[in-house]
Design a protein around this ligand. Structure first.
Ligand SMILES: [Zn+2]
Ligand SMILES: [Zn+2]
Length: 398
């Protein structure tokens, strides 16, 4: 098996790191520019390394460069493995490809062609870069010495015709090649319209990049101290952002948190005195609680007798439900949704306690019809200050 796609691991590492360096250099242009403008605007008695200023520069550094560096560092091995797997698969696809039938020479119609090349390419010209490619066979004819190309399934490869922009006839073209460019001259046999297309093939000499090795070591986070510092900054900023968000949420939804403070949390022993009197007044006697069911939440069954004659099933249940709901409205207890059962004047149901902050919050919002403020706009104003050495040893105030 020949490896036309798969290369040394070093190749992929170089490609990945070059990309990292190029991105980072672009980001540093913004950061340096911001830094200079920021420094210029400072009042005379202020210094750029004052903690308050450093915070802002930190945030800006992470946004323009730092977060990307960490992301690319963390994903480097995985990305490179993906590239290697992809290229291995391409080689495998080429190696295992077989022509499904013996093709005829496109030029003389004879058989017995010899495969001189196999390559991967998109059959559809509009395909995206990531779409799967197909194997194309290049065959040489021993009889007429001309080449023909076929897809794996035996379909001859066809160059998509260039149509005349004026009369839509198929154009012919000639190619002239110089050292620096290829020129294609298209001519319409029908209306004689003609135009040229030029492709530069000048060797793009790579400009010398004396800082590359140093930048690669720096931006690819090869220095452990710098790397650890960046991770620490990111962690700090994320924590501060989360705290800030929580603080802001509490501030924005003060009306809800205030209402939560007003919610009464009666003990189990306090439930009977809370419920029994109002039920008795309405004719429900002998109120009693079952043994509580203690799980993640607490449930308690209750029962009573309807002493009012003439009040039957539906009315009795509905009236009792109203009374229980009303008695519990200011507490963290609620009647459960499966409601109340009735048989021959004996009624029973279940109530449950809401104990977790989030549950109580939902409870008061529902009961009192309180709406939270929209917190979708993220304001991470609170940030932390750090200090770190830049790539040239200068203090870049992270
Ligand atoms: Zn031939
Ligand atoms: Zn034409």
């Amino acid at each position: 098996m020949s490896y036309t796609h798969l290369k040394d691991r070093q190749y992929y590492e170089d490609v990945y790191d070059r990309h990292t360096v190029e991105d980072a250099r672009r980001g540093m242009v913004y950061y340096d520019d911001f830094y200079l403008k920021f420094e210029k605007k400072l009042p005379k008695d202020d210094k750029i390394d004052r903690p308050g200023n450093a915070i802002l520069l930190n945030v800006f550094y992470m946004q323009t460069v730092g977060d990307d560096l960490l992301y690319r560092y963390e994903n480097r091995d995985q990305k490179i493995s993906e590239w290697i797997t992809r290229d291995e698969e391409k080689d495998e696809q080429i190696a295992s490809a077989r022509l499904s039938e013996e093709p005829h020479c496109k030029h003389c119609g004879k058989q017995g062609l010899r495969i001189i090349d196999k390559s991967l390419t998109h059959r559809n010209e509009d395909a995206n870069y990531d779409d799967p490619e197909e194997v194309m066979f290049m065959l040489s004819c021993p009889h007429c010495k001309k080449n023909s190309a076929f897809w794996e399934d035996g379909t001859p490869w066809k160059l998509k015709p260039t149509l005349c922009p004026k009369c839509k006839a198929e154009m012919t073209h000639t190619t002239t090649e110089t050292k620096t460019a290829m020129t294609f001259t298209y001519t319409c046999p029908s209306c004689k319209h003609s135009y040229k297309d030029k492709i530069d093939i000048k060797d793009k000499k790579e400009k010398p990049d004396p800082n590359y090795d140093e930048d690669r070591a720096h931006f690819c986070l090869q220095d452990k101290e710098f790397r650890d510092k960046l991770f620490e900054i990111r962690r700090g900023l994320l924590e501060m952002a989360a705290l800030g968000k929580e603080f802001k949420e509490k501030e924005d939804n003060k009306h809800i948190y205030d209402a939560m403070k007003e919610v009464k949390k009666p003990k189990i022993a306090e439930l009977t005195p809370l419920l029994a009197p109002s039920l008795e007044k309405a004719g429900y006697i002998e109120f009693s609680l079952d043994k509580p069911e203690m799980g993640r939440d607490v449930f308690i069954g209750f029962s009573c007798l309807d002493s009012k004659s003439g009040r039957e099933d539906y009315d009795s249940r509905k009236t009792l439900k109203k009374l229980v709901d009303k008695a519990l409205i200011d507490t963290n207890w609620r009647l459960m949704s499966d409601g109340i059962n009735y048989r021959l004047g004996y009624l029973n149901g279940k109530i449950r306690a809401y104990e977790r902050e989030e549950d109580i919050k939902n409870l008061v919002m529902k009961t009192r019809k309180l709406k939270p403020k929209d917190n979708s706009i993220d304001t991470d104003k609170s940030r932390n200050a750090y200090s770190i050495k830049g790539k040239n040893g200068e203090d870049i105030l992270l």
